[in-house]
Design a protein around this ligand. Structure first.
Ligand SMILES: [Zn+2]
Length: 557
């Protein structure tokens, strides 16, 4: 890595000279500006005008570009990175209820998690629902277990409480059972069952049928959803994110996008959002895509918000099905071929590397009939993908969105699959070697935390939330490689790597000034890094501490 780039790198359009006198809108000086480009360039300073980076270079050189109206930000030696981009996060859905839920992100113990429920209960009317909708795992708690019903009742005796773990389990207090009219197992939607203890007594938790169960909970109002979206995106800005690629999800019908669209219309979005559509109608997937996209062509939108195709559920028959039959493959083929004909991007959820050949067979068939290489298709998850699968993906131009699922689930899988399997989950270097495009992310927030620094730390040390060493060094990238996966790597999936993902002249000024130096702090401390100043297109969207006066006031909305 080149430590300091001595030459000032300017955008080509500045070379004409006459624009110099007008000065920059903002300059950031006296820091460590990590371009995250292919060469690993690091500069001292950066200049911004009209939302774009116009120069990177030494502090002295960049200072010369300042005019009387230029705002100069002293970085005080801090590190600046390109704004992070999560290539697979259910952010739009998470945002809808963010303002009305209790969050257990980062809680280190059951006691701390319960304290958050207790605090929410204190601020709520009796009878108001308290909902923890995922984003935590028992391994993050020092007690290494889930909360009991009695503990939740003690924390919130007058409120119905619902605590969901992943998509497999939810604990409900008696008031919650009552409010949902659940008097016996027969009242559970979607084939859910009571969890029972060793003595056969119901624990209060429900296993299975979690998605329809969640659907029965009271939904936030439209205003609460707008507010939640604003708050959640600002929280993402706080952890250095400036972009997301959102694959829809369960319960994400078109109507659920209205709060996001309102913020976009009001020019209040603080993240760049690219979204794809997750089919909602079993057996009518292609019909649904056709209907919805008549007025929503591929790429429709702007730099702030745009439509990025279909997935991560394309057809129901190929979703979480390790052994699809011919009819299911044919149905997927038809939808995918249609997408290829529309020039549309497609992303497909696939967990298991042992069965992904079924999907790859269909993608290869589509590619023979309508080439897909330029469409930036992708497979999400694939935590145990093989070298051969990644080579097939590379040949098709299909990328891989990789998430930190093993941070949460790795210890459980360790018991099922053993150390050797976990050492290569996910096989980051194998995929790099195959030359596949890799985007980083979290799959937050029902199943994971959204924090990119937690994910970056995990990419570098392979340890679970509980601190168990899982992934081996031979499948572990270096810091710059991991950062590039989280920036330009992710940008590839939304056709944006020419516009953002590196700090270089001509790129959008999306960046984060960090609380700690990502390149040099001990890896164990990377998870605690956050942004102290986040800019989107040169506009401050989050600031704290020394920079607090620059903050647009997220709470003021
Ligand atoms: Zn998925």
């Amino acid at each position: 890595m080149k430590l300091v780039e001595r030459t000032l790198v300017l955008g080509g359009f500045l070379a004409a000279g006459c624009v110099w006198a007008q000065g920059m809108d903002t300059i950031l000086v006296n820091g460590k500006v990590v371009s995250a480009d292919e060469r690993g360039s690091v500069h001292q300073a950066l200049a911004i005008r009209d939302g774009r980076i116009v120069a990177v270079g030494s502090a002295a050189e960049v200072r010369k570009l300042a005019g009387p109206a230029t705002h100069a930000v002293d970085l005080g030696g801090r590190t600046v990175i390109p704004g992070l981009i999560d290539s697979h996060i259910h952010a739009i859905r998470a945002a809808l209820s963010y303002g009305t839920e209790v969050h257990w992100f980062g809680a280190g113990s059951v006691a701390e998690a319960l304290e958050r429920v207790r605090a929410a209960a204190r601020q709520s009317q009796p009878g108001r629902w308290l909902i923890v909708a995922g984003g935590w795992t028992e391994e993050q708690f020092k007690e290494r277990r889930r909360p009991t019903q009695a503990e939740l009742v003690a924390a919130a005796p007058q409120n119905p409480v619902y605590v969901q773990w992943m998509y497999g389990w939810a604990m409900l207090t008696p008031l919650a059972h009552e409010a949902l009219g659940i008097k016996s197992e027969a009242d559970l939607p979607g084939g859910g069952k009571y969890e029972r203890d060793a003595g056969g007594n119901p624990t209060g938790a429900i296993v299975g049928g979690i998605v329809p169960l969640f659907d029965k909970l009271p939904r936030p109002t439209f205003e609460q959803k707008v507010e939640g979206t604003h708050k959640f995106f600002r929280e993402l800005n706080r952890v250095g994110l400036t972009g997301v690629s959102d694959p829809g999800g369960f319960n994400m019908s078109p109507a659920e996008y209205a709060p996001l669209f309102k913020l976009w219309r009001d020019r209040q979005l603080t993240l760049r959002v690219a979204y794809s559509y997750f089919s909602q109608k079993r057996g009518k997937e292609l019909e649904e895509f056709r209907e919805l996209t008549q007025l929503l062509p591929m790429g429709f939108g702007d730099e702030q918000l745009k439509f990025n195709g279909i997935g991560e559920r394309v057809t129901f028959g190929m979703y979480n099905n390790d052994n699809p039959g011919d009819a299911e493959k044919e149905e997927f083929y038809k939808a995918a071929k249609w997408a290829a004909d529309q020039g549309m991007t497609l992303t497909q959820h696939w967990q298991n590397g042992d069965s992904v050949h079924h999907l790859l067979d269909v993608l290869e068939r589509v590619n023979r009939d309508a080439p897909i290489a330029r469409l930036r298709w992708s497979i999400a998850h694939l935590n145990n993908g093989t070298e051969a699968s990644f080579q097939r993906m590379k040949a098709l131009g299909v990328g891989w969105t990789m998430q930190d699922a093993m941070y949460y689930e790795g210890e459980r899988l360790l018991k099922e699959r053993g150390e050797a399997a976990l050492r290569r989950m996910p096989p980051l270097r194998t995929a790099m070697k195959a030359g596949v495009s890799i985007g980083a992310g979290t799959d937050a927030h029902r199943v994971a935390n959204y924090n990119p620094f937690v994910a970056l730390r995990w990419m570098l040390d392979g340890k679970s939330a509980g601190g168990v060493d899982l992934r081996g060094a031979d499948e572990t990238p270096d810091r710059m490689q991991a950062l590039r996966m989280y920036t330009s790597g992710s940008a590839w999936f939304t056709h944006d790597e020419e516009k953002r993902g590196t700090l270089a002249a001509g790129k959008l000024a999306d960046l984060a000034v960090l609380s700690g130096d990502y390149l040099t702090v001990p890896v164990s401390r990377i998870g605690a890094i956050h942004s102290v100043l986040t800019m989107l297109g040169g506009r401050v969207v989050y600031a704290e501490g020394e920079y607090a006066k620059l903050d647009p006031g997220g709470a003021a909305r």
